[in-house]
Design a protein around this ligand. Sequence first.
Ligand code: 2M8
Ligand code: MG
Ligand code: MG
Length: 272
Amino acid sequence: LLIVTDLDGTLLDHDSYSFDAALPALKRAAAASIPVIPNTSKTRAELLGLRERLGNADPFVIENGSAICIPEQHLHLYPEHDETEEGFIELPLGTPITEIRAVLDPLHAQFRFETFAQWSIDQVISHTGLSPGDAADALERRYSEALLWHDSEAARRAFVDILSSHHLHALQGGRFLSVLGKGADKGRALERLRQLYRSVLGETPLVIALGDSDNDIAMLETADVAVVIANAHRRAPQVNAPEVIYSRATGPEGWNEVIQQLLDRFQADEKR
Ligand code: 2M8
Ligand code: MG
Ligand code: MG
């Protein structure tokens, strides 16, 4: 069993970024040695801090499926590994940020939008409510640009068509539109991770995935059990999966509620 989870608005509260309400379920997963794998829009730099606060040492996926990071203690997942960097190997699935920004920069003349690249740390803080340290880490983007769209819906469709001709696509998160390589999304990253686990476990692990926004749909639809976490700020994404559970509570409270319920079910099944 693997738990694969979005962070903002899912494991973390949309506004306070706290995961406290999920601690009972997180502890239960840890006690049962079930990996909890973050699959997030956040950057590698943001994840390094967060994993420490969470006490999490499992692999993780950054920038909307743009890369899988495998820490040194999990290198058995990737036996053909090359060299580690700061204790990790990184399997890139996306497009370097320099290429993405080269496509976006001239589009400012045609459409109204603002990107993280244009923002100071203080502007990131005022748009997100992140701490100064996390805001600085969020600016360390390597495979995806986050932007605020200020133009019409019709203009947005034209923008997306242009992105597509450059092999890029746009995914809507809780606050921002992320622009990244067309070949990367949270679902493909989950598929790759599942293969890595299959090769070491000798069987395909069952996957519970949790998310709250449109950029989570590909991940939720790749999972065995899809958990849609309620978000007071947006309508719930439409998901087609073998089993879809909608949380009642939002954010980490919803995470806790549904994971406790699923662990009750899976642990009862194991005893039988
Ligand atoms: C961005 O991610 C959220 C996640 O859904 C969003 O798109 O609204 C990312 O760019 C991330 O780096 C940052 O931490 C987050 C802050 O809210 O915004
Ligand atoms: Mg989210
Ligand atoms: Mg996210």
